[in-house]
Design a protein around this ligand. Structure first.
Ligand SMILES: [Zn+2]
Length: 149
């Protein structure tokens, strides 16, 4: 490695090369997505329905119509909610002996509430992950065009 290498880059100023890619912090993008905000700018809403993402960010124009979250958000939601509810169920079973109707009255609504509460943020975080890793058309180059691979 040459000692002059970095100096030459600095003298050139900001890179105007079309292949230069801006950094996309993964944690920040996923957190913004989890909060249902645009992973790029963090200011505009990511969804315009319960689970329907916007086609383009209203603030920065980032395209989201091509994201491919697919089945990952429901899978992760089931995984997380299952571990929470089963752990709580087993804890309650250790404490006392509830009748079946009481278990149904507790765990069915709790599972539904946790699932509906987590599904949207997890989908947002998934879109943030795909955006940060430049997956599925989030490359920053010709976003609206089909990818080669
Ligand atoms: Zn945005």
């Amino acid at each position: 490695m040459s000692a002059q290498g970095p100096a030459r880059l600095e003298l050139g100023g900001p890179r105007k090369d079309a292949t230069a890619l801006e950094p996309r912090p993964l944690g920040q993008a996923m957190l913004r997505g989890f909060l249902c905000k645009c992973p790029h700018c963090g200011s505009a809403p990511l969804f315009n329905g319960f689970l329907r993402s916007v086609d383009h960010c209203a603030a920065c124009g980032e395209a989201y119509h091509h994201h491919r979250a697919d089945d990952l958000p429901p899978y992760l939601t089931i995984f997380i909610v299952g571990h929470i509810v089963i752990a709580l169920f087993m804890g309650v079973e250790e404490i006392g002996d509830l009748p079946l109707w009481a278990h149904l009255a507790i765990w069915v609504p709790l599972t539904s509430i946790f699932t509906l509460g987590l599904l949207r943020p997890i989908k947002g975080a998934t879109i943030g992950l795909q955006w940060a890793l430049r997956m599925h058309g989030f490359s920053g180059r010709g976003e609206d065009e089909p990818q080669d691979h």
